[in-house]
Design a protein around this ligand. Structure first.
Ligand code: CDP
Length: 226
């Protein structure tokens, strides 16, 4: 089966399994997987550690904008890095999740991340997940998916994922975080989370990963003859 050189854009609400699905797609088709949310989380960690955001989520936008000029945030072998420091574990914590949506609503932060993401688009054969990939980052992506699931299922999945990594979280706190992020992400002015007109909706509330893959392969076969 020959998969064409395409970009697959996956957007959707928090914890709908976008990144798990994207990783499996990348593995199956030998595509490069890119997690755009990791860059927003990386900027958030940087902002927290350098005092550009406080606990009330007030942001020193001009200070952060200036500091971004020298921020070496990138993907490497172990995931996401600032310089040669792997930040993969820190950026997945609930304390970063609690601040990432306000940071991601800052237009200067979006411009910083978009520039990095678009560089990858030159090479095709990528699958990227996020909130605005099909609408803003790659509006010409050949295949766009929009993922959703019930809030209860999403909170359960995310809490299980965090507990497996050793973070002791309460379902209520995870649920609250998901709902707050969904609200901020959908209502911000710059590139809000919204389904692209040509995106295909996948509600995976009651689907296994195998079922999702069968669903996707049918779409690929119909659209690209592969
Ligand atoms: O994995 P999860 O769905 O919880 O979120 P994520 O993909 O790691 O993204 C974390 C946050 O980054 C989101 O809640 C958004 O605020 C922001 N984000 C964004 O604004 N645009 C993107 N393309 C990706 C993430």
């Amino acid at each position: 089966m020959q998969i064409p050189d395409i970009i697959i854009a996956i957007d959707g609400y928090s914890s709908t399994g976008k990144s798990s699905f994207a990783k499996i797609i990348a593995n199956e088709f030998s595509f490069l997987y890119l997690d755009s949310g990791a860059l927003y989380r990386g900027v958030t960690l940087f902002a927290v550690e350098n005092g550009f955001i406080n606990d009330q989520c007030d942001i020193d936008v001009s200070g952060l904008e200036k500091a971004l000029e020298n921020l070496d945030l990138h993907f490497g072998n172990g995931g996401t890095y600032i310089g040669d420091r792997c930040i993969e574990k820190e950026i997945r914590s609930l304390s970063i999740a609690d601040k990432v949506s306000p940071i991601a609503a800052v237009p200067q932060v979006r411009a910083f991340v978009d520039k990095k993401l678009r560089e990858f688009g030159k090479q095709k054969r990528i699958v990227m997940d996020g909130r605005d990939i099909g609408t803003t980052v790659f509006p010409d992506a050949e295949l766009k998916l929009f993922m959703t699931a019930t809030p209860e299922i999403r909170a359960q999945r995310r809490a299980a994922e965090m507990r497996a990594k050793g973070e002791d979280v309460r379902i209520e706190d995870v649920m609250k975080n998901l709902q707050e992020r969904d609200y901020i992400d959908s209502h911000r002015e710059t590139s809000p989370l919204t389904k692209a007109d040509d995106a295909i909706v996948l509600d995976n509330s009651d689907m296994t990963m195998e079922e999702q893959m069968i669903w996707l392969k049918e779409i690929m076969a119909g659209r690209f003859g592969c």
